[in-house]
Write a protein that binds this ligand. Structure first.
Ligand SMILES: [Zn+2]
Length: 319
């Protein structure tokens, strides 16, 4: 029966031996291996401000002096300090039975977010970004509608004020949708309407995500994944959940990119595609273009896509 239950330490025979037998204890000189790396990563997680473990020891998965110092710090800072009073009065730098059981318990008490929780958080952040972007875009639309007629002497002053008030929103729309930055023009106003409608539909989409990892549409054996897994796959034609979040989403993507992946994938459910953009009509049919409009309008200081690409030159106006 296994003694260790945390995701980080369980199901490892050498760590189980460490938890159950003095001959399995880990110390300087113990032969290297993945079980040592698990201890190193666990200590880093539990004592993020403790003495650092050298990159060399981690890449060699070896229990060297920096690992020993981190172990000693863990045992000293644990409440109570981890001391086997049968033979010592102060902690040592060995991972024995008491130490690994204490680490396991502490890891269980602060579990990593589950994949479902990561997916839920990204989903909620995507909804929030859409709501925020919509509030900016609807206000822009209202302000355009309130412009006096172009023949009215008040027109140019009102337009100047609108251009200033909405400088970022207008710059984002013009750049991403390949429009002239004239909000009083027909094409600008029509495109703004279309973006607002797409965002409203995206926001109205019922939740349909699966933390798939390497299952479902993200199965590496699927021929369409032959060149590697994407962030996600969406198939509008299949039963819910229609958006499958693949392994790289969980292992590589920063929080804002996870958010924008959900926004992007849900635009596929509204009929948008992944296409090259050469004109405004293309832009309004491309999922990533509209997802980036949402991100750039919601994040008032953003200058590049959440995947780091397409840095704005010159910089977009802020905020
Ligand atoms: Zn796509």
């Amino acid at each position: 029966m296994s003694v260790l239950h945390s995701d980080e330490l369980r199901d490892d025979p050498k760590l189980e031996a460490c938890a159950t037998s003095p001959s399995g204890h880990l110390r300087v000189g113990t032969p290297p291996g993945p079980h040592i790396l698990k201890i190193q990563l666990a200590i880093e997680r539990l004592r993020p401000t403790g003495p650092s473990i050298s990159a060399a020891e981690k890449s060699a998965m070896s229990y060297g002096p920096t690992t020993a110092r981190a172990v000693l710090n863990y045992k000293t800072t644990h409440l109570p300090p981890i001391i086997n009073f049968s033979y010592q009065r102060v902690p040592d730098d060995i991972v024995g039975q008491m130490t690994i059981v204490a680490m396991d318990a502490e890891l269980l008490g602060s579990p990593l977010p589950t994949r479902d929780a990561v997916a839920d958080r990204a989903h909620d952040a995507s909804r929030e970004a859409l709501r925020l972007a919509l509030s900016h875009l609807r206000l822009l639309r209202t302000d355009i509608d309130l412009l006096p007629a172009s023949t009215d002497p008040a027109f140019s002053g009102a337009l100047t004020a609108l251009l200033f008030k909405h400088k970022r929103n207008i710059a984002v729309l013009a750049k991403r949708l390949l429009l002239t930055a004239d909000p009083s023009s027909g094409p600008f106003r029509t495109s703004l309407d279309k973006v607002i409608l797409l965002c409203e539909r995206n926001l109205a989409q019922r939740k349909t995500i699966l933390a798939a990892g390497t299952t479902g549409l993200c199965d590496p054996a699927n021929p369409r994944n032959a060149r590697g897994l994407p962030h996600a796959w969406t198939a509008a034609s299949q039963p819910d959940p229609k958006t499958h979040l693949c392994e790289p989403f969980f292992t590589n993507d920063p929080l804002d990119l996870q958010r924008d992946v959900i926004t992007h994938e849900y635009f596929h459910l509204q009929g948008l595609d992944d296409i090259a953009v050469n004109n405004t009509a293309d832009a309004l049919r491309n999922a990533n273009t509209i997802a980036q409009v949402v991100a750039f309008v919601a994040d008032r200081f953003r200058q590049s896509n959440s995947d780091g690409n397409e840095r704005a030159v010159p910089p977009l106006p802020v905020p």
